[in-house]
Design a protein around this ligand. Structure first.
Ligand code: FE2
Ligand code: FE2
Length: 191
């Protein structure tokens, strides 16, 4: 499926605001890919499709996960929106014919991140945060960091997620902590 066909299909599937967000993430991911010497086409594909699983929440998400043979952890069961990455990976593969494992993995991990992400995974993780429609305190610092050092931006994104989760009284997924620590260790030359 070429990128134009993907856009047409996605526009039908997603709410308009989410579709616009996806277009923005695609463009932001492409700029970052260019900056860091990552395959721009892969960044665009992962960017446009990163939220293609977002229509599934609540019991629908838990059911979808079960159907594709994934066993959610306790936090994902309690906050099933966290499953939209793994669901999106499956939808990208089966409904948008994406077979590139790097792209699929970037879609899979865009919500929590994980330790040891590839540059493409980091790019989608941060592009999701800093695309032009986003507006919150500290966003300008994050946008600047994204084009200076990907790990610096990953840490700022994880920090922001953690602050949001504390404020909302939600469960904090350990992958978010791993994401933060991993990039912070890289910044401090601890690995
Ligand atoms: Fe998402
Ligand atoms: Fe998103």
């Amino acid at each position: 499926m070429n990128i134009d066909d993907i856009k047409l299909k996605l526009q039908k599937e997603l709410e308009y605001s989410r579709y616009l967000h996806s277009l923005n993430v695609m463009e932001m991911a492409a700029s970052l890919a260019e900056k860091y010497g990552v395959d721009v086409k892969k960044a665009e594909l992962a960017g446009i499709l990163h939220d293609c699983g977002k229509n599934f929440g609540g019991e629908k998400a838990r059911e979808y996960a079960r159907e594709i043979g994934y066993t959610p952890d306790e936090i994902e069961l309690a906050q099933p929106r966290l499953l939209h990455g793994i669901i999106g990976e499956h939808i990208a593969k089966t409904e948008y014919n994406v077979d590139d494992e790097e792209v699929l993995s970037a879609i899979r991990w865009h919500t929590t991140g994980k330790a040891g992400m590839t540059d493409l995974e980091k790019i989608i993780y941060v592009a999701d945060y800093i695309e032009p429609l986003r507006d919150f305190e500290g966003i300008e610092e994050m946008r600047k960091a994204a084009f200076q050092n990907l790990d610096e931006c990953v840490v700022l994104c994880a920090d922001s997620t953690i602050r949001f989760i504390l404020k909302k009284g939600l469960l904090l997924h350990e992958k978010t902590i791993e994401t933060r620590n991993h990039s912070l260790k890289i910044l401090r030359n601890l690995r």
